[in-house]
Design a protein around this ligand. Structure first.
Ligand SMILES: [Zn+2]
Length: 370
C-alpha cells in the first residue's frame, strides 16, 4: 500500500550505491512489510470503530472523539504508570456477538495501513464474556472467522494466540477453559499466552497448566515475563512453563546468564519500546535494551503490544529503533527475516513465510526505489 512517500529521499536512495547507512523516514517505515508476533486484539481496535460501537451501544462515554481518545488512551505526556496503562483496557464495549465480529474485522482490516505481512494476533476469549452472556467458544470462533475474512481481503497472513490472564484465573480455571475451547476448531490457533500482573501472580503458579499445554504439543507457549520484574520470572517461565517465546523480557539486560540460555534455546524476546516506556518497564526509550541485546546475539523481535491504548502504531516502534539505535532500513528488514524464526509455525510454513516476505520486500524496494 502506497502512503505518500518522500520522493526526494527515494530519488536519493535510488542513486545510492549502498543502502547500508540509509536512515529511513516515517513514510518509508510505514511502507516496509512487517512481521509481528506480539499484539493484543483488545489493545488494537481502531479508535473510530470503538467510538462508533460505544455510541451504538449507548455507553456512558465522552461525546466527542477527541475526549473519547483522551479517556481511553494512555496520555502521551503522562509519566510511565503500569496500573494506569492496565486501567485503559475496558470490557464494557460489547453487547452482542456482532460487536465482537465487527471490532475484530475492523482491527485486522486496519493492519493494511501498517503493511503487516504476517501477524500472530492474541486475544483472551474471557475478556469478551465477563460482562456479557456470550459464550467463550462462540467468541473465539467469531474472532477467528471475522479476522480471517479481513486478513484475506488485505492479503495478509494471520494466526492466533489464546491469552490467559493470570490476574483473573487460577491454573485450574485456565485448564478448564482450555479444555472447553477444544470443542471448537482451533486449527488457526498456534499459541497459548500468559498475560496480566506478573508481580502478584508469578509464573510458578501456572506450571501445572502449562505442563498440560506442553504435553499436548499442539501450541507454542508465550509468557509475559521480565517486563516489570527482574529476570527471575523469565527463568521460571523457561524452566517450569516451557516457554518458547517471552513477552518483553527487558530484565534480560541485567542477566548475562539468561542471555546465554535465550541464545542457546533460540527463545525470542518480543520487545515493545513504546509499551515498555508507558508501563514503566523501561524508563528511557533512547536506552531501551533491545539494541544491546540484539548486538550480543539474543533473539529479539520488535512488536507493538497495544497500539490503541498507547496511541501509537508498530511504525512508531520502528521509528524509535531508527532514531535511538541508528538502525537502517536494511537492519529492520534483517530483523523481520530473523523474526520468522520466532513464529509458531512449522518449518515448511516458516520457509514459505520467508519466501513471501522476501518477495514483499523486493516489491517494496522497487516501489520506493531502494
Ligand atoms: Zn503483551
Amino acid at each position: 500500500m502506497f502512503v505518500g512517500v518522500n520522493q526526494g529521499l527515494y530519488m536519493g536512495l535510488a542513486n545510492h550505491k549502498s543502502t547500508k547507512n540509509i536512515r529511513p523516514d516515517r513514510s518509508l517505515l510505514t511502507e516496509l512489510p512487517k512481521i509481528e508476533v506480539h499484539r493484543h486484539l483488545e489493545g488494537t481496535y481502531p479508535i473510530d470503530s470503538l467510538y462508533r460501537m460505544a455510541l451504538k451501544n449507548d455507553l456512558d462515554v465522552p461525546n466527542t472523539l477527541q475526549a473519547f481518545k483522551e479517556a481511553f488512551q494512555f496520555p502521551k505526556d503522562h509519566e510511565p504508570d503500569f496500573l494506569l496503562f492496565l486501567s485503559k483496557f475496558k470490557k464494557f464495549w460489547y453487547k452482542t456477538i456482532e460487536d465482537v465480529s465487527t471490532i475484530a474485522y475492523d482491527s485486522v482490516k486496519s493492519f493494511a495501513d501498517e503493511n503487516l505481512h504476517y501477524i500472530e494476533l492474541r486475544f483472551n476469549p474471557l475478556h469478551f464474556t465477563e460482562l456479557t452472556d456470550l459464550d467463550p467458544k462462540d467468541v473465539t470462533t467469531t474472532i477467528i472467522e471475522s479476522s480471517d475474512a479481513a486478513a484475506k481481503e488485505i492479503n495478509m497472513e494471520i494466526r492466533y494466540l489464546l491469552t490467559f490472564n493470570r490476574s483473573v484465573q487460577t491454573a485450574d480455571d485456565m485448564l478448564k477453559t482450555y479444555k472447553e475451547l477444544h470443542d471448537i476448531d482451533l486449527s488457526r490457533v498456534v499459541g497459548i499466552d500468559l498475560a496480566g500482573d506478573e508481580i502478584n501472580f508469578p509464573p510458578e503458579l501456572f506450571g501445572d497448566f502449562f505442563d498440560v499445554v506442553k504435553k499436548d504439543g499442539r501450541f507454542g507457549i508465550d509468557i509475559h515475563a521480565g517486563e516489570v520484574t527482574d529476570s527471575k520470572n523469565m527463568w521460571v517461565s523457561i524452566d517450569q512453563l516451557h516457554t518458547d517465546r517471552i513477552g518483553h523480557g527487558v530484565a534480560a539486560i541485567n542477566d548475562p546468564e539468561i542471555q546465554e540460555v535465550l541464545k542457546k534455546k533460540n527463545i525470542f524476546l518480543a520487545q515493545c519500546i513504546t509499551s515498555n516506556y508507558q508501563t514503566g518497564a523501561w524508563e528511557d526509550e533512547t536506552t531501551h535494551p533491545m539494541k544491546t541485546l540484539v548486538e550480543s546475539g539474543v533473539p529479539v523481535t520488535i512488536a507493538s503490544d497495544d497500539p490503541t491504548i498507547q496511541d501509537s502504531l508498530l511504525v512508531d516502534d520502528y521509528e524509535k529503533a531508527v532514531k535511538n539505535f541508528s538502525w537502517t532500513v536494511n537492519d529492520l528488514i534483517e530483523s523481520n527475516i530473523k523474526s520468522v524464526d520466532s513464529c509458531f509455525l512449522s518449518d515448511a510454513e516458516k520457509a514459505q513465510l520467508t519466501e513471501s516476505y522476501r518477495s514483499a520486500v523486493k516489491a517494496f524496494r522497487m516501489r520506493v526505489g531502494l
